[in-house]
Design a protein around this ligand. Structure first.
Ligand code: ZN
Length: 163
C-alpha cells in the first residue's frame, strides 16, 4: 500500500545532524507512527514519504527550513534563579514547561546556570539544524475514522491511549 493522505505509516528511523552524529533513532525511542497528510511530521519528511510503499528504505536530507526552522535568539532568556525555587540541582539540559502569553504550553531547555540566573532556550532542540534521516517503512494502512478524528495513531488493538 502506498503512503497517501489519512494512511497510518510506521517507520524505523535514524536521524543525524549536519556532522553525521546520531541524534535520535527508533532503536532508542521506538518507531514513528503517524497519520500522513496531517502535518504530524516535519514537512520535509512528509513530502519525501508521499507515494512510497511499505518495505521501502530511503535516505532523506531535510534542510532546516523543512525541519524545525532556524533558531530564534529572542527565545533565549535569562531568568532569575529564584524563579526556580524548589527545583534541586538545576542543570543544563533540564527541560521545563512554561506558558506562552496565550496560555499554550511551551517547552524550554536550560542552557546555563550561575549563582543568580538561569539561561533558558525556547527553541526546539533541533532548530537551526539540517537533518538527515535513514528511513524504513514497516507498515502502511488506512487510518480509522476514530484515528483521524483524534489526530493520532491507536495501538494494534485499535485502543486509544490518550482519550
Ligand atoms: Zn485516540
Amino acid at each position: 500500500m502506498q503512503i497517501s493522505k489519512y494512511r497510518v505509516v510506521v517507520l524505523n528511523y535514524v536521524a543525524r545532524d549536519d556532522s553525521g552524529e546520531i541524534i535520535d533513532s527508533s532503536e532508542v525511542d521506538g518507531p514513528i507512527r503517524y497519520i500522513h497528510g496531517t502535518e504530524d511530521l516535519i514537512p520535509g519528511l512528509e513530502n519525501a514519504l508521499e507515494g512510497r510503499e511499505s518495505g521501502e528504505k530511503l535516505q532523506v536530507d531535510v534542510p532546516m527550513d523543512e525541519a524545525y526552522g532556524p533558531r530564534d535568539e529572542d527565545l533565549v532568556e535569562q531568568v532569575p534563579r529564584i524563579n526556580f525555587e524548589g527545583v534541586d540541582n538545576i542543570a543544563p539540559g533540564m527541560k521545563f514547561q512554561t506558558e506562552m502569553d496565550d496560555g499554550s504550553p511551551f517547552i524550554v531547555t536550560v542552557t546555563a546556570v550561575d549563582d543568580d540566573s538561569v539561561t533558558v532556550d525556547g527553541n526546539h532542540p533541533l532548530a537551526g539544524k539540517n537533518l538527515s534521516f535513514s528511513l524504513e517503512i514497516t507498515e502502511v494502512r488506512e487510518a480509522t475514522s476514530e484515528e483521524i478524528e483524534h489526530g493520532h495513531v491507536h495501538d494494534d488493538t485499535g485502543s486509544c491511549q490518550i482519550h
